[in-house]
Design a protein around this ligand. Structure first.
Ligand SMILES: [Zn+2]
Length: 210
């Protein structure tokens, strides 16, 4: 997310000229303030934003925003970098915690999908997915220390989907002792129904921050 922060010193380049002439002096003052104070790039690149007739200030830091910096929240308009900083407190995980979550969901998904293949009726497979998905997601989160990153939900869903795609191969191996990978056996209506159930039941759990 560091892409939205301008890492170069901000006054390296000259400030762009106003988009209109003559121009309201308030807009020039606003543009100068944005040019020196705004930590984001949008208004630096776009004179329309820089000189915009927009005088909202962040309710916490009081900095002058442009319409691209301002985020509407329940408590008022807040600058984007302030929203991000307050979000960052929740994201204490790393690739290790996401990896553990992914692995737990992968193994659990193989078990749930194997059960679905065993029963073989897609409606029950969907119910199995719903029943196992939510509980498994809670356990996987415990295993990873309940530490999350912004990408945690994708690791969780990735574990479920990849587990589902591997299940027929694992199943075939246990029954025949032959390791045979084939896309034609990776897609199956029961594993598809189970996977949809698991994703539906677990997505909300993965979106939790604490
Ligand atoms: Zn801005």
């Amino acid at each position: 997310m560091s892409d939205i922060i301008d890492e170069k010193p901000q006054n390296e380049k000259p400030m762009p000229a106003p988009p209109e002439d003559p121009i309201d002096p308030d807009r020039v003052a606003g543009a100068q303030e944005r040019w020196t104070e705004c930590p984001l790039k949008d208004c630096k690149r776009n004179p329309e934003l820089l000189y915009a007739d927009f005088y909202l200030r962040d309710i916490r830091t009081n900095r002058l925003m442009c319409s691209a910096c301002a985020v509407k929240t329940e408590v008022g308009y807040i600058a984007r970098e302030v929203v991000k900083a307050s979000d960052d407190r929740f994201y204490t995980g790393n690739i290790g915690s996401d990896g553990i979550l992914f692995g737990a969901m992968l193994v659990g998904s193989i078990v749930a999908n194997a059960l679905s293949l065993l029963i073989g009726f897609f409606y029950f497979a969907f119910l199995i997915g719903l029943a196992i998905g939510g509980g498994l997601a809670i356990q996987a989160r415990r295993l990873s220390g309940k530490k999350v990153t912004r990408q945690t939900p994708y690791f969780g869903i990735g574990g479920i989907v990849i587990g589902a795609l591997l299940t027929p191969t694992v199943w075939f191996f246990f029954r025949t002792g032959i390791f045979y990978i084939s896309l034609s056996i990776a897609f199956n209506i029961s594993t598809l129904a189970c996977t949809i159930g698991m994703v539906m039941a677990s997505w909300g759990v993965f979106m939790r921050r604490i």
